[in-house]
Design a binder for this molecule. Structure first.
Ligand code: ZN
Ligand code: ZN
Ligand code: ZN
Ligand code: ZN
Length: 269
């Protein structure tokens, strides 16, 4: 439709504007010079951290700065497959935004007229296994999401935690799948027990959006990383975000009981 084309031109104009307004908050260097990727993380996704770290951030898909705006989609009166997002759900979306604003200062702002960065849709899809889904519509060459959408599936109960999880993806946090991470907001399943971003997750979100925590404070403690090419490694971690240090990545050294003297890890079989 023509109106869509018109809208997308308007949208792109706004995104260019947005990136010009907040240059001071853009992160200029890759965090890969400071933070490691866990051996279990998918290297194709340019992610740092991982299941062992308790958060995973994507350098190729994240928000730049402290702000993203959204519209709540208003379905057409007839013939629209999307559902109306009623005030009760709108309140949950607002509460989800509040979880990020209060913990790290990131603002998700609901707009009514000005073209937004993101759109939120609701639908009932009885065959889809997901309760909510985040999709980046456009990522610029710097890895910054300039257009996104979140779909809520009314087949399931959508809570403010569900929405806060999806907003986490807008920031640049990735899903966690290991069962010991079910206490994190970014645990992939609705069985997660976290109701807010955990401390480490909000530090990680600050890091990836470039709005703070660009340098880390390494502790003396050792964190087992895992085996890379059959060799076990450990490193130190940041006291704030729990991120593993690039600088301190060291091979494990074993005692007579075949336990690493530093991290307690064992050689792989
Ligand atoms: Zn960036
Ligand atoms: Zn997710
Ligand atoms: Zn840190
Ligand atoms: Zn070790």
């Amino acid at each position: 439709m023509n109106i869509k084309k018109y809208l997308s031109v308007l949208l792109s104009a706004l995104f260019v504007l947005t990136s010009c307004i907040y240059p001071a908050y853009a992160h200029t260097t890759s965090q890969a010079s400071q933070l490691l990727s866990d051996p279990d993380a998918n290297p194709d996704l340019n992610s740092l951290g991982g299941e062992k770290t308790g958060w995973s951030i994507s350098e190729s898909c994240h928000s730049n700065g402290y702000y993203s705006s959204y519209w709540i989609y208003e379905p057409l009166p007839i013939g629209d497959t999307y559902e109306k997002i009623l005030p009760e759900m709108q309140k949950k979306i607002g509460a989800a935004a509040g979880k990020w604003r209060s913990t790290m200062g990131f603002q998700f702002e609901r707009l009514y007229t000005t073209p937004p960065n993101g759109m939120i849709y609701a639908l009932t899809n009885q065959s889809a296994p997901w309760a909510a889904m985040f999709t980046p519509n456009y990522i610029n060459p710097a890895g910054h999401i300039t257009s996104w959408r979140i779909d809520l599936n009314y087949r399931f109960t959508i809570t403010e935690v569900t929405v806060a999880h999806e907003f986490g993806h807008v920031l640049g946090l990735r899903d966690l799948y290991a069962s010991n991470n079910n206490n994190k907001l970014m645990y992939y399943s609705e069985t997660r027990t976290a109701t807010n971003p955990t401390k480490h997750e909000y530090y990680a979100a600050k890091t990836i959006t470039g709005i703070g925590h660009q340098t880390h404070t390494w502790t003396g403690g050792y964190q087992y990383l895992g085996a890379i090419g059959g060799v076990c490694y450990h490193t130190t971690k940041c006291k704030d975000c729990n991120g593993p240090s690039v600088m301190h990545k060291v091979r494990c050294t074993y005692n007579a009981n075949h336990v690493c003297k530093h991290c307690g890890g064992r050689p792989t079989a």
